[in-house]
Ligand binder design. Sequence first.
Ligand code: DSN
Length: 426
Amino acid sequence: MDENVSFIEEQVDRHHELFSRSLPMIASENVISPLAREMLLSDFGDRYAEGLPGERYYEGNVFVDEVERRVTALARELFRCRLADVRPISGTVANLAVYYALLEPGDIMTSVALSHGAHISSAKFGGAGMRGINNVNYPFDVERMNIDIDGSAKLIRHVKPKVAAFGQSVFLFPTPLKELRDAFQEAGCHVWYDGAHVMGLIAGGQFQDPLREGADVITGSTHKTLPGPQHGILLSDSADDKFVKRLMKGVFPGVVSNHHLHAMAALGITLAEHLQFGRDYAAQIVKNAKALGQALVEQGFKVLAEKFGFTESHALAIDVSAHGGGAEISLEFEKANIITNKNLLPWDTSSVHPSGVRVGTQELTRLGMREAQMKDVSDLMARVAIKREDPRRVAADVRELRREFNTVRFCFQPGVEAHKRHRLFH
Ligand code: DSN
């Protein structure tokens, strides 16, 4: 065997082994179901299919077209909307499609600031800057960890943005879309909601329902609380055909050529599974996040927005400045195989040495953990960050906790036929 091949195989095997005995708590990740994973190995990943079903620039797409029509229908059903474009290859690419479709260089867009939890694609040095967008940030209510409603309404009325953008990567509480409706109307702006982190919650009837609350378009990735493949999606319930066409042209030919057909097929499986299991899954994710917030505070951690119940989503923001800061503590957690990330909190200026750690409960929930296990998790985290126990000793107990929680839940289980197909792909 070639040395490079065996090296790479070995690292991937070690990675799998590591994650099988870790607590995966990064708020933007999840594990895909076995049936969806199978689609990632299929021949769909070797093909091209630019355009739309029935109007392709390549031949050989008979079955790809059938799948894409079904995936689109599933997304429309799950999110209750007229348009579902399943071609963006990531959440960031879906965001770029919105920039391309709805904004010209120099146009004003209002959005959440990075230090208040926004995604980098909305920053001047990210996709928004690349399109030459004039980005103005909403005022923020640090206590509530949400945009300030009155200040944001005033800002929207004053600057009259072409697009009012919302959504965060530290997304603890629903965006007050309904409360800002009059301001949107007076400004005559489009309302765009980046729901990447909360797509699975929205689809499961938790958090909020942006399309019914005033958003004209939603973008998102499909692998966070929606536990699918690494891919993107764009949704709208607009009845305005011209607007819908602009959005779709923003995706293709705007920012996507081929749309990673294997991931699109895997997304279809995830959507079908979420239609079946999503409501229970989403509800448990939120219950677990609230339980973890409470348990962490009882251990002595400072969790943001305590007065407001910590979170209405999967995510929590923890201020660990008293214990050494986000950079140090996330590395200590890693030594115990508790996988988190350092994160900016609203008052931080350095993204290299922020005071926060961000965690999410969506993957632990996917593995079957419930409120009782959140207490165990908080205890393990406190042993590392507060009691300063040797993280390698804590890692042994992390492994012990994971023993019972190693099956992906809230999904269809593969039958014998699927296992046979799985072998064929190898
Ligand atoms: N940067 C990712 C996150 O962790 O939130 C989203 O793309």
